[in-house]
Design a binder for this molecule. Structure first.
Ligand SMILES: [Zn+2]
Length: 345
């Protein structure tokens, strides 16, 4: 039996995230085997390791945000060649369920997924997902290609926000996601992009990437700044990219009447938040949750990355060897200066 190393999550608790030796997949007819080169370990993974995850039942090999090299192609495939540098949209809607029939593909109840994620040395792409493999130009490093899925999720959040020219937009969160939102808001024509966070170096970077203003919430009141900047009306759009009850509550208080809130951050299981229903009612607020993405967003993300329309050098701050992932990944991710952590294989 040929083997490979994989990081397996057995549930909440650091000791339950372990590097193990398992059987290496061998591609059958119509399948493609990819040697993983880079894969992201994101905030959701760090949180799952510590406190569990509402949407995943262990054991799981995480890893949907990856890029690698095609090393074996099962019979009957012509458009994929060995040696190709690729990334993969790891999910495809079933096309048949309640939501797919409503053409709300992001909510598909039975999406076709990878059997195992890419926090492993190799990942096998089943026949139903081989058309989700996208070649990367040689000028695009693997870590940029691996960011495609994250960017697709953010693009869905952008669509829901409906940001347009001259909008005032507040982004709560100065991590990699928040800084990516800031860049996309600029591309969509927003003028007053205000990024709020706790880390001076990230906030400085947000200014370099096109933010109009930043607020360190440890030192200033975000509410006061937003009201001063908007003539006390409030912002057109608030994007929550932290994942805490407090920031979800705060988001609604920062909006003008008719404004739009997008909840992008996931929270630990069991989190509850409070709010004034009349704030939503009398101000006619529009509130959206953003989770997952569509194949359209994935293609948009590829295009933005391959044309270098998004600055990813300033987003991807940390890299770790795969062999150290289960020992150090959570701690590195929780360092204040870590915006995105990529695993190197
Ligand atoms: Zn479906």
């Amino acid at each position: 039996m040929k083997t490979m190393q994989a990081a397996i999550w057995y549930g909440a608790g650091r000791e339950n995230f372990r590097l193990e030796t398992i059987e290496k997949p061998s591609p059958q007819s119509g399948e493609v085997l990819i040697e993983v080169k880079k894969c992201f370990f994101c905030a959701m993974h760090a949180r799952a390791v510590l406190v569990g995850h509402a949407k995943h039942t262990p054991p799981v090999i995480f890893g949907r945000m990856f890029a690698g090299e095609v090393i074996a192609v099962g019979k009957d495939l012509n458009h994929i060649k060995e040696g190709m540098r690729v990334t993969v949209n790891p999910e495809k809607p079933c096309g048949e369920c309640f939501y797919c029939q409503k053409e709300e593909f992001g909510h598909c109840l039975n999406p076709i997924k990878l059997k195992t994620g890419a926090m492993a040395e190799y990942v096998c792409i089943p026949p139903s997902l081989v058309h989700n493999i996208f070649e990367l130009p040689s000028s695009i490093p693997y870590e940029f290609g691996a960011y495609t899925e994250t960017l697709a999720c953010i693009l869905q959040g952008m669509d829901l926000s409906n940001i347009t020219f001259s909008d005032c937009i507040i982004i709560i969160g100065d991590g990699g996601v928040g800084l990516t939102f800031a860049q996309l808001a600029r591309l969509r024509g927003a003028t007053k992009i205000i990024v709020a966070g706790k880390h001076d170096d990230s906030l400085q970077q947000a200014l370099a990437l096109g933010a109009y203003l930043t607020v360190n919430v440890m030192k200033e009141s975000l509410h006061e700044v937003v009201m001063a900047e908007t003539g006390n009306y409030g912002a057109d759009v608030v994007i929550e990219a932290v994942g805490s009850a407090q920031t979800y509550e705060e988001s609604l208080q920062l909006l003008r009447s008719g404004g739009t809130a997008v909840g992008f951050g996931g929270t630990p299981p069991g989190t509850k938040f409070k709010g004034d229903p009349n704030l939503i009612h009398y101000r006619s607020l529009k509130i959206y949750g953003s989770y997952r993405y569509t194949s359209h967003h994935f293609r948009q993300a590829i295009e933005l990355i391959c044309t270098k329309s998004i600055d990813l050098d300033s987003i991807i701050t940390h890299e770790i060897p795969f062999s150290n992932l289960t020992k150090e990944g959570v701690d590195i991710h929780n360092q204040p200066n870590c915006r995105a952590l990529v695993i190197d294989f």
